[in-house]
Design a protein around this ligand. Structure first.
Ligand SMILES: [Zn+2]
Length: 345
């Protein structure tokens, strides 16, 4: 179905291999162009311009997109998720224990996750096995351990080997592969979750089917992903922060994600929306970067926002969180959605 070719148009330099794809939700190859953009977060990786399109069914997707042989190019060694993990390791070594901020963030996460853990414990008998797809260094799995009222068995899948090794060392059962290359045991888990992964994968339909197979009949699935049906998407059509060119391959809203979920054997329990200061930071970075990359990197650092700390970063993150909280109150939505799913009876 897909055609892998060396790019020949001037829009995509020959430095990166691209692949044309059909809509993952309906198979159509008809679309309208939403926008074009390039990587402003890791501009050293490629100067290629990528095109984002909208299918007649509503799905927004990158087309053409980098070939899978280019994954090491578009996820460079300084990719932020990897750097956060390194930073956490350094901090932990330096202080001998988790920092105050780290402990505060863990406590907040455990409080939020407890509501979901209660939902799992109400519907499904234990002992509980949970799976984190894209588990990083295991930080979120640790938080889930705190959220359940009983001991749980924690599993993870993580394609970054260094991160997977750290998660394993913390006692989680981790497979250091891409989800696409990891066969999952059937009926194995009462809770499967995946935060900001589905928009990156090659084939979200196969991704959701694999989750369906691995989920117990009474289990719960939680997926976090960007939401295009939001005010800021329409307000910043060229610079919306969640484009994340060229790493976000499929961008959903509640309607298009529900179509994916129902087609793969799920029913949607509910959709929740959360403030996302980071997407706003990337929106502003993109806008300013087009004119002055240096100024953009200083004011709204795309990677260091997670690492640098200090009063300016604190101010930026607080202001964007406040703004997004207002937008959430006013419109009921933000650019960051969480979908809770059950298997269809
Ligand atoms: Zn479609």
């Amino acid at each position: 179905m897909t055609l892998v070719h060396q790019a020949t148009t001037p829009r995509v330099p020959e430095s990166i291999r691209v692949q044309e794809v059909a809509c993952n939700n309906c198979g159509s190859t008809k679309f309208e162009v939403v926008t074009e953009g390039r990587d402003h977060e890791y501009p050293h990786t490629t100067s290629a311009t990528f095109r984002l399109v909208r299918c007649e069914c509503g799905l927004v997707y990158l087309n053409p997109r980098p070939a899978t042989s280019e994954l090491d190019t578009i996820y460079p060694p300084d990719y932020y998720a990897y750097q956060i993990i390194e930073r956490r390791q350094r901090d932990a070594k330096g202080k001998g224990s988790a920092s105050l901020l780290r402990r505060f963030m863990d406590a907040q996460a455990i409080r939020r996750f407890s509501a979901y853990a209660k939902l799992v414990e109400k519907d499904a008998p234990g002992p509980y096995r949970i799976l984190d797809i894209g588990c990083g260094d295991g930080t979120v799995l640790n938080q889930w351990k705190g959220a359940f009222s009983t001991d749980i068995e924690t599993h993870g899948i993580e394609m970054n080997e260094a991160a997977a090794a750290i998660a394993s060392a913390q006692g989680h059962a981790v497979t250091a592969k891409r989800i696409e290359d990891t066969p999952l045991a059937p009926d194995a888990f009462q809770l499967i979750y995946s935060f900001h992964v589905v928009e990156h994968v090659e084939d979200p339909t196969s991704f959701m089917r694999a989750i369906h197979t691995a989920l117990r009949p009474d289990g719960l699935v939680i997926i976090d992903t960007p939401n295009v049906e939001t005010k800021d998407f329409y307000a910043f059509p060229k610079h919306w922060g969640a484009y994340h060119f060229p790493r976000h391959w499929n961008l959903y809203d509640a309607k298009t994600f529900t179509a994916l979920a129902e087609r793969t054997g799920f029913e949607v329990l509910r959709v929740e929306y959360m403030p996302s200061a980071v997407f706003w930071n990337w929106t502003f970075h993109s806008m300013i970067w087009a004119r002055s990359p240096k100024l953009a990197d200083r004011l709204f650092p795309p990677v260091d926002i997670f690492l640098r700390g200090g009063p300016w970063i604190w101010t930026v993150m607080s202001a964007f969180t406040a703004l997004d909280t207002l937008i959430l109150k006013a419109t009921g939505r933000t650019a960051c959605m969480r979908i809770l799913l059950k298997k269809k009876p």
